[in-house]
Each structure stands twice: as structure tokens, then as C-alpha cells.
Write a protein that binds this ligand. Structure first.
Ligand SMILES: CC(C)(COP(=O)(O)OP(=O)(O)OC[C@H]1O[C@@H](n2cnc3c(N)ncnc32)[C@H](O)[C@@H]1OP(=O)(O)O)[C@@H](O)C(=O)NCCC(=O)NCCS
Length: 144
């Protein structure tokens, strides 16, 4: 059974491995280490039988949450884990007083956009050339 919980330092190695297999500009383990120590930040991991299958994070500013580093390991995609992980994260955010979420996603990332729309996110604008490697616009989405 897949379960969800807060990310701890012991998870970082595995989370970084998943980031590396996924993103052209993955975060370093050190960046994750610093992030999970920050006060208004929390990260969630998806886990099954002690194996990390995905992760995502939120940076909180008052009642708004900026979602970052959403990823599910390649072999575990398409099974509902990403959706369930984001729902879990937003429930946790609610307890911390977050009532609106925003995120950026590559305009070509149809799979992620589908997941976000399913969860009630709507596109509110485009940020030109937001991404590198390759250069691409970002779709700015909000769930209010
Ligand atoms: C985005 C991501 C986290 C989703 O995780 P996941 O566990 O695969 O998500 P789910 O299984 O909950 O949902 C996947 C949905 O995408 C749909 N989908 C799959 N390929 C698709 C495509 N090419 N276009 C549109 N929708 C697609 C599936 O049908 C499913 O929707 P459904 O539940 O309505 O059938 C995962 O694909 C991932 O890690 N991608 C690479 C990293 C990334 O892009 N992160 C987001 C950065 S902003």
C-alpha cells in the first residue's frame, strides 16, 4: 500500500535519485536538506514497503502555498500516486492555514497539467522563457 508522510533527511538520497532520472536540472541533495529545515516549507513523500516512489513540496507565504518539485518515479507513474500525493499535501497545507496554491509547469507537460486540472488548478497566465534546458514557457496555475 502506498502511504504519504513528511519528508525526512533519510529520504533525500532516494528523492534526489528520482529527481535526477526525471529533470534536466535536478535539485541537489544539499538543496533538499536546506529546504526541509526551513520553517514555512514542508515536503511530502510517497512510500511503499520502505521505498520512496515520489515527492513534492510547498513553500508557504501566509495563506498561499507555492508547490514545487512534484515528481513520481518513472516506473510508478500512471497509478494515481501523483494525484493522491498532491491531495495529501494540500490536506496538510490546510491544517497550516493554506487556502490557495500556485505552481509553474512547462507548457508542453500535458500529463502534469492534466493532473493539476483534475485537482482544480486553472491556468492564470504564461511566464515567457521561464525554463532552461530546453528553454520553454511556464504555465502559471492556481487553485483558490
Ligand atoms: C506529473 C506526475 C507527478 C504525475 O504523477 P502520476 O503518479 O503519474 O499521476 P497520476 O497517476 O495520479 O495521474 C496521471 C494522469 O495523467 C494522465 N496522462 C498520462 N499521460 C498523459 C498525457 N500525455 N497527456 C495528458 N494526460 C496524461 C493519466 O491518464 C492520468 O489521468 P487520469 O487519472 O485522469 O486517467 C508524473 O507524471 C511525473 O513525475 N512526471 C515527471 C515530472 C513532472 O513533470 N513533474 C511536474 C513538474 S511541474
Amino acid at each position: 500500500m502506498v502511504t504519504f508522510r513528511k519528508m525526512e533527511e533519510k529520504d533525500i538520497e532516494e528523492v534526489s535519485r528520482i529527481e535526477e532520472e526525471t529533470f534536466s536540472m535536478p535539485w541537489s541533495p544539499q538543496s533538499f536538506k536546506e529546504m526541509i529545515q526551513r520553517e514555512h516549507v514542508f515536503y511530502i513523500v510517497a512510500e511503499e514497503d520502505g521505498k520512496i516512489l515520489g515527492s513534492c513540496g510547498v513553500i508557504q507565504a501566509l495563506d498561499e502555498g507555492d508547490i514545487t518539485n512534484v515528481v513520481v518515479a518513472k516506473e510508478s507513474r500512471g497509478k494515481g500516486i501523483g494525484t493522491a500525493m498532491l491531495l495529501f499535501m494540500m490536506e496538510e497545507g490546510k491544517k497550516r492555514g493554506i487556502n490557495a496554491y500556485t505552481l509553474e509547469v512547462r507548457v508542453s507537460n500535458a500529463e502534469a497539467i492534466h493532473v493539476y486540472e483534475k485537482l482544480g488548478f486553472v491556468s492564470e497566465g504564461i511566464r515567457k522563457n521561464f525554463y532552461d534546458k530546453p528553454k520553454e514557457d511556464a504555465n502559471i496555475m492556481w487553485k483558490r
